[in-house]
Structure formats: structure tokens, C-alpha cells
Ligand binder design. Structure first.
Ligand code: ADP
Length: 627
């Protein structure tokens, strides 16, 4: 038969495949196998009603046959097959919608190779590795078999031929090896086995290959010099039914755990396994895992979020970022949906409506599962929170706080009264009748916050305080602003919303003189000196005025030492404290000594706030002198 030309758009795609410099050429096998599986699906469906076919589901299979000597690879299926029209329409042109979309995509983008990168492009991808392809096929209901043959862009031929039963053979003659590329690997049984496992493990029909093996000859088994013989064995390469397709009740937690550690190569067990199956506007199955510990690279750029995405059991991408929101980026797992074409490009994937819906559903699902873990298995939840709580807090702060409603009830903070992590809801539930705010205090660790003098008044009133020990904590509470209409208030704030005992005018006058004295002594080191309302047993403390807290100052200076970020310092004096009273008396009798007192007390306030002393040796000299 005369050579026929490919339709022009197919030609372009073909050119692209033949000249592809794409490094993952191996995906061609996934494409050919998927086509075979689709063809079997079609015949399998017909077999249900056509008794003459005399085939049942277990008769169907896909065979892979490498031939090293002739450098060919043959993929055979006993699916529906093709007649002359099919060959012309299906292999001579890009007819299918998936391929057409792909073509349109390419026309918009010049960066062609990149598109092949992530996703296959069907039958034509075989031209990335083969210099000639022969298709021998016989269609269900037809007596004639056909041979389609092409060596690439110059066209194809279709001739009648012989074939025993219904089905299709795709025979690919590998390209010649070049200096940079070897194509021999696609005739190696172990390489093929590996590729099937990687890309087509969950194809629902057996993918079989005759494996060449060698064994000790039976009769030489006990001799000193055992002899070997070659033999062949047919092996099914794929596991067929993916664990997420099996009904949840038939799978044990051990099996899920094993799948998790094999698939994601981790040693830990998931703290939560989420199995979900949805049918409706979108149809998908998902198997998600929440790890029990933080991966070592979790908070680095190396860590890639994303779920594995399958389309009816065929791997599309190892890591589909669009499927998990940033604040749940610790979730690992697999999503399988039939609503997605294999030929989808990465750009289209990002905007795919089905995928967006799946992502939204999964986000809600994870949120619900975490909420229920918090309610019913507090111990596990606390373990989870220790590993990923920081991520949830980042989530509250990120994107101008739009996720805060979703995340605020998942947060835990250490409580001064309960001595363990508590939720905001639990805090509000316990609030005293006269309590205006949700109080928090910031510091390096719980012990340091326990010792903060600023919290004394709150404690004496029996108010609960949430401890912020992570750098992101304070930002989180600032983003939330309030919870159940209760505002957050830092224990170091000037106004704690507590009514202080009224002072007489005389008291005020006295204290004004002392405050002025201390302010003049300390100069610009502090912006203000005040009489404290919150100190009980400590003589002094520092509070920050304005929007920047001490913890923010420390944080910004640790990430960017020359940021010059400085919180405004207010020195609070406990007017009733002995040390302060002594200083006051000294103003009259020994003003130089009174100044030393002022400087020592200020340094102590700095130390308690965890801030560096401006002049440590001056401080130690002063202390020695006063002792
Ligand atoms: P797609 O699979 O996206 O439709 P392909 O280029 O891979 O695009 O295949 C084009 C068409 O060729 C298929 O839709 C199918 O109709 C036909 N085809 C390919 N391989 C086979 C096969 N092994 N058996 C029967 N038909 C096939």
C-alpha cells in the first residue's frame, strides 16, 4: 500500500517526539500499556453480553516481550483491536480530545519539551525511543487483520495481514544508540520490570513477561561443581489492585502502615490514616497519611509537599502540589481519579476544575480528621501538634490570615494553670467572670515565663496565661486578634484591663518625683518610667510600648542582626517594694548611690526580659560595689 501522510497536527507532535531531548523517555511504556488496558476494558465490557466471545475477565492480559538481539520491544494485548478506519483515525491523526488539548497547549507554548516532561502524550511518545513502529491488530467482529507501520514523520502504511485472535501487538524497533543515549535498556527485562512497577503497577489486568532465569541443575545440586541452566518463567509484574481501591474494612492498619513506609520511604508510622472515596460531581479515592514525626528536612526548601496523583491506577505525577494547601503540607498520600486525562499538562493541571474541587474536599477532610483526633485522642493529637503545630500557626499568619477560622481551633498553647497544652476554646470556657482578655506571655521556655515578674498580678488574680515559646506564637495571636470576641492581651502590656487600687494624690506626687529621677538617670535607655500596676513581689520589670514586642525584637535580630529592630522600653517600678523604697530614700541622703540603684534595677529588668545588658561589666561592678 502507498504511504499515507500524517495529518498536519499529528506530524508536528510526531516531530516533537522523534527529536525529543526529554530525559524521561521511559514514560512511553506507560502510555502504550495504558492504551492496551483501555482496549481490554472495551472488549471486557462486550464480553459481558456476547457469549460467542467466550471470554471472562481473567482471560485478559497484557504481554511484554523484549528481544535483545533484534532490539525490539513488543507489547501485546487481547483487547478490542482496530480495523482500517480505526488505524487511520486513531493513529493517523490526533483525534482524541486529550491529545487535541495537548496540541493546543503546545501551540500556545514554545517550551514543548517541558510539557512532555510531566505527562505522556499517548501512542506517539513511543517515537521517543523507537525508530520504527509496527502495529498488528484485529478488531472484535472483523475477519481481517491489519498491519500499520511507520518510521516517523514521512508517513505510514496500512496493509492486510494475518493475526490469530482479536487484539493488538505494538512492535517497537529501538533507535540506534548514540554517544549520549542508549536505547538498549528498553529491551532489558529488569529495566522493564522496574518501569511497569513504577508507572503501571495498578493497571487492573495482569502485565506479564517471560523472565529469563538461571538455576542449579537438579542432578548437580549435591555435587562440588554445580552446573547452571537457563529457564523461563512467566511473571506478573504489576500488583493490579491498589490498596486505596480496596474497601477499607478489608485492609488492616498494618497493611496501610507498610504501604506508607514503602511508598514514602520513612521509618515512622502514620499517626492518622485517612481513607476517603467520593462519587459525584468529581469521583476520586484518596488515601492520606499524617506522619507522626517531623521529617528531618520539613522546614527546609528541600521538602516538597504534594500528593501522588493517579488517573485510574496510572501514575500521572509523583507530587501534585495543588492537592494540598500550604498549612497541611505535612500530609502525604495518594489520590486516584478517573476524571483526569493522562495527557494533561502541568499548566492545565494547575487550573483543572476537578482537581481544584478534590483539593478543597481533601482540605476539609483533613481539617475534620484533625478536629476529631483532638476530641477523641488527645494524646495522639498532642504528639501531632508537637511535630506540626508550628505549621498550623504559620498557616494562621499566612495569606493575610484568611485561613484563621479553619485553623484556630486546632491550635494548642501551654497553659499556666493546667500545666499542659490547651485549646483556645478550653481557655475561654474557664475564663473568670471579671476577666476581660485572653492573656499570654512570651519567653524562651515555660520555666522562663514562669519566672516573669509581669505575670505576677495575673497569677494573683487566678487568671490563666497562655505561654508563647515559639517565635511564631506571638505573630499567630496578633493575626487572630481575638477568639470568641475575647481579645488577646500580652502580660507585658501596660493595660491589662484590671482595675488597680486607687492612689491618693499625695501618693501620685511622691511617685512622680521618683519616676522622674529614675528616667533622668537612665536617659535614652528607656522611653518611660512608670509606677507598676502588675508587680507584686518583684521590684521592677520591663514592658514594651508600641507595636513591637521584645520577642519580636529578638526574633528579627536573630534572623537579620543589622535590622536595628528595637522595642520601646518602659521600666515599671513596684512602688511598694523594699529595694525601690530604699532607692527613694537615698535620693535625699546619697544621690550617687541612688543612681547606682536605678542602674542595677534597670539591668535586672533587662535580664528578666531575656534582653542583653548594655554594659555587663559595669553591671557586675555596680552589684559588687553595693554588696
Ligand atoms: P489516547 O489514548 O489519549 O486516546 P493515543 O494516541 O494513545 O491517544 O491513542 C489513540 C487511539 O488509538 C486510542 O484512543 C485508541 O482508540 C487507539 N489505540 C491505541 N492503542 C490501542 C490498542 N492497543 N488497542 C486498540 N486501540 C488502540
Amino acid at each position: 500500500m502507498a504511504k499515507m501522510e500524517f495529518k498536519s497536527e499529528s506530524k508536528r507532535l510526531l516531530d516533537l517526539m522523534i527529536n525529543s531531548i526529554y530525559t524521561h523517555k521511559e514514560i512511553f511504556l506507560r502510555e502504550i500499556i495504558s492504551n492496551a488496558s483501555d482496549a481490554i476494558d472495551k472488549l471486557c465490557f462486550i464480553a459481558l453480553t456476547d457469549d460467542k466471545l467466550n471470554m471472562t475477565r481473567s482471560d485478559f492480559k497484557i504481554e511484554i516481550k523484549p528481544d535483545k538481539e533484534n532490539r525490539t520491544l513488543t507489547v501485546t494485548d487481547n483487547g478490542i483491536g482496530m480495523d482500517r478506519d480505526d488505524l487511520e483515525n486513531n493513529l493517523g491523526t490526533i483525534a482524541s480530545s486529550g491529545s487535541y488539548k495537548f496540541k493546543q497547549d503546545m501551540e500556545e507554548k514554545q517550551d514543548d519539551i517541558d510539557i512532555i516532561g510531566q505527562f505522556g502524550v499517548g501512542f506517539y511518545s513511543a517515537f521517543m525511543v523507537a525508530k520504527q513502529i509496527t502495529v498488528i491488530t484485529k478488531k472484535y467482529g472483523s475477519d481481517t487483520a491489519y498491519k500499520w507501520q511507520s518510521s516517523g514523520a514521512d508517513g505510514y502504511t496500512i496493509d492486510e495481514c494475518e493475526r490469530d485472535g482479536i487484539g493488538t501487538d505494538i512492535i517497537m524497533v529501538m533507535k540506534d544508540n548514540t554517544e549520549d543515549e542508549t536505547y538498549d535498556e528498553f529491551c532489558e527485562q529488569y529495566r522493564l520490570q522496574q518501569l511497569v512497577k513504577r508507572y503501571s503497577d495498578y493497571i487492573r489486568y495482569p502485565i506479564v513477561m517471560e523472565m529469563q532465569r538461571s538455576r542449579v541443575k537438579e542432578e548437580t545440586k549435591d555435587s562440588d561443581k554445580p552446573e547452571y541452566e537457563d529457564y523461563t518463567e512467566t511473571e506478573t509484574l504489576n500488583s493490579m489492585v491498589p490498596i486505596w481501591q480496596r474497601p477499607k474494612k478489608d485492609v488492616t492498619q498494618e497493611e496501610y502502615d507498610k504501604f506508607y513506609s514503602d511508598k514514602f520511604m520513612t521509618m515512622d508510622k502514620p499517626i492518622k490514616t485517612i481513607v476517603t472515596s467520593v462519587e459525584g460531581v468529581v469521583t476520586y479515592k484518596a488515601l492520606l497519611f499524617i506522619p507522626s514525626s517531623t521529617p528531618y528536612d520539613y522546614y527546609t526548601k528541600e521538602y516538597k509537599k504534594g500528593l501522588q496523583l493517579y488517573s485510574s491506577g496510572v501514575l500521572i505525577t509523583d507530587s501534585c502540589e495543588e492537592l494540598v494547601p500550604e498549612h497541611f503540607r505535612f500530609v502525604k498520600g495518594v489520590v486516584d481519579t478517573a476524571d483526569l486525562s493522562l495527557n494533561i499538562s502541568r499548566e492545565m493541571l494547575q487550573h483543572d476544575r476537578h482537581l481544584l474541587t478534590i483539593a478543597q474536599n481533601l482540605e476539609k477532610k483533613v481539617q475534620r480528621e484533625l478536629t476529631s483526633m483532638l476530641k477523641s485522642d488527645r494524646e495522639s493529637y498532642e504528639k501531632f501538634f508537637a511535630a506540626f503545630g508550628r505549621q498550623l500557626k504559620y498557616g494562621v499568619v499566612a495569606d493575610y490570615g484568611i485561613h484563621k477560622d479553619e485553623l484556630q481551633d486546632l491550635l494548642l498553647f501551654y497553659s499556666s494553670t493546667e500545666k499542659k497544652p490547651v485549646t483556645l476554646a478550653e481557655y475561654v470556657e474557664r475564663m473568670k467572670d471579671d476577666q476581660k482578655f485572653i492573656y499570654f506571655a512570651t519567653g524562651e521556655n515555660t520555666a522562663a515565663i514562669d519566672a516573669l515578674p509581669q505575670t505576677e498580678l495575673l497569677r494573683s488574680k487566678g487568671y490563666e496565661i497562655l505561654y508563647c515559646t515559639e517565635d511564631v506564637d506571638e505573630f499567630t495571636l496578633q493575626s487572630l486578634m481575638q477568639y470568641k470576641e475575647k481579645r488577646f492581651c500580652s502580660a507585658t502590656n501596660d493595660d491589662l484591663g484590671i482595675e488597680a487600687d486607687e492612689k491618693t494624690d499625695d501618693d501620685k506626687k511622691d511617685s512622680a518625683a521618683l519616676l522622674t529621677f529614675v528616667k533622668e538617670t537612665l536617659g535614652d535607655s528607656v522611653s518611660e518610667v512608670t509606677a507598676s500596676k502588675k508587680l507584686v513581689s518583684h521590684p521592677v520589670c520591663l514592658t514594651a510600648k508600641g507595636g513591637i514586642s521584645f520577642e519580636m525584637e529578638k526574633y528579627f535580630n536573630s534572623v537579620q542582626p543589622d535590622s536595628g529592630m528595637k522595642a520601646e522600653r518602659v521600666l515599671e517600678l513596684n512602688m511598694g517594694h523594699k529595694a525601690v523604697k530604699t532607692m527613694e530614700a537615698l535620693i535625699e541622703t546619697d544621690i550617687e548611690k541612688a543612681k547606682k540603684y536605678a542602674r542595677v534595677l534597670y539591668s535586672q529588668a533587662l535580664l528578666i526580659a531575656g534582653l542583653p545588658l548594655e554594659n555587663p561589666s559595669e553591671y557586675t561592678d555596680l552589684v559588687c560595689e553595693l554588696i
